[in-house]
Design a protein around this ligand. Structure first.
Ligand SMILES: [Zn+2]
Length: 219
């Protein structure tokens, strides 16, 4: 069930909204954060990508709704996911929403904290996680899906062995969800069978146009 959580989101994301008012801060944090990582000397490529990932702005708070406790999506993606989850349930499958919208601040801590914890360089880290400001999750249109019957495969390449993943392969397109990082994707990001993005509206299509063009350019 999709619950409208405007007030909840307002409380949770108040400080981030303030931080967002000064976009230069985001840029400054990005640069200083990267400087802390050994051997990092990357700057965005001509097509705007950083370590393979395209830049994405944060979705406006007013478009976000709470789908699960602590998980928000853009309202269009939330409605489509809700319909898809119900259809999957009718086929006996338990689609679990594991992650949705992430602010740039949250993405920054995911990227840098885990990188230093695991002693990864930014390049190594970017194979498995987007740098802050470059995650599809900040658009509210990207979501990580798991199989409720196989929690051990959550956020693992083994998810592709689950009935939920096979169902998604057959049905997700009908709900306008596509796999962002299939095996051998031209962005060079690790295969993520759990990470899907919504492309069922004009604004979503426009956001992901650079990523789509990169796929179409492939021989
Ligand atoms: Zn994801």
């Amino acid at each position: 069930m999709v619950v409208c959580g405007g007030s909840v989101a307002g409380v949770l994301f108040g400080p981030e909204l303030l931080a967002r008012l000064n976009t230069n801060d985001v840029e400054a944090e990005l640069v200083s954060g990267f400087d802390q990582l050994s051997g990092f000397d990357q700057r965005p490529a001509l097509d705007g990508r950083l370590l393979g990932h395209f830049p994405y702005d944060e979705v406006m708070d007013s478009r976000l709704i709470v789908v699960e406790p602590g998980i928000e999506l853009h309202e269009d993606a939330a409605n489509a996911f809700d319909a898809m989850r119900q259809a999957a349930a009718a086929d006996g499958l338990d689609l679990r929403l594991l992650s949705g919208y992430r602010s740039h601040d949250l993405q920054e801590s995911i990227f840098f904290d885990v990188a230093s914890e695991r002693n990864q360089t930014a390049e190594e880290r970017a194979m498995v996680s987007a740098p802050p400001g470059y995650s599809e999750h900040s658009t509210g249109y990207a979501l990580d899906i798991g199989d409720g019957e196989a929690p051990e495969t959550h956020l693992s390449p083994d998810f592709e062995q689950t009935p939920a993943f096979r169902w998604l392969q057959d049905h997700a397109a009908r709900y306008h969800f596509i796999l962002s990082f299939p095996e051998g994707n031209p962005q060079g990001v690790s295969y993520e069978p759990w990470h899907w993005r919504y492309e069922g509206s004009a604004s979503a299509l426009r956001l992901f146009e650079p990523a789509r063009r990169l796929v179409q350019r492939r021989p």
